[in-house]
Design a protein around this ligand. Sequence first.
Ligand SMILES: C[S@@+](CC[C@H](N)C(=O)[O-])C[C@H]1O[C@@H](n2cnc3c(N)ncnc32)[C@H](O)[C@@H]1O
Length: 225
Amino acid sequence: MNRHHPHQEHQHGILIQDARRYEWAARIGMWGRRRQVYDGLVALAGIGPGDRVLDVGCGTGYLTRRAARAVGPIGVAVGIDPSASVIGYAATRSPANCTFQVAGAQALPHPDGTFDAVVSSLAIHHLPPDEQVTALREMRRVLRPGGRLLIADFRAEPRHHRLAGLFVGLARRARRHHPMPDLAGLIREAGFTPTGAGDRWPALHYVQARRPDDDVSVATEHSRP
Ligand SMILES: C[S@@+](CC[C@H](N)C(=O)[O-])C[C@H]1O[C@@H](n2cnc3c(N)ncnc32)[C@H](O)[C@@H]1O
């Protein structure tokens, strides 16, 4: 493999390998409004002081760091991604209340009920389609009952596929990505209670959900007593 190639097919999904190039593309692709867009996602997830937050498929950790800022010194933000390259990049830029781990969404390395909120941006379409519900069930398992989920991904219309390609700076490669997921269907299938959905500039669709309050255990391969 060319080590400068920014994407790599992997057993976990399509991984970002070139952190600097991804950062560059994300900055350019959001036309200087990246902070505004990601702070909007933090607000949609209802993240506030003292929360314990997990960012799934965190990449270079931009959303994780914005969440860390919102939770403040008594909260915690954790980012996971199976790409050691982006985690290495993120770890060198993390504030004290922010940590990063190499892990895939399909097998989260956290005990049941660890987090108040789970967020994930632009990552679900990187997972193999037949593993997306498994990943969502894992997110439900690591949330406390009543905990909040926010998933944002590219809108599925073809014209937004082209924008998505520009966004990552790799239009030709982006067409090889998996189809855009049906987020509402996935969260229902994974046992969440949907609480909202909408679109956001530049080409995002998001869903909000909760782990049901009376949901005391989630049977996944990774459940812990
Ligand atoms: C387009 S990037 C989004 C990164 C970041 N969330 C953001 O908004 O900038 C998609 C990320 O999903 C990661 N990814 C791929 N397969 C994954 C999996 N199985 N579990 C978690 N993340 C995965 C990739 O390595 C990549 O960093």
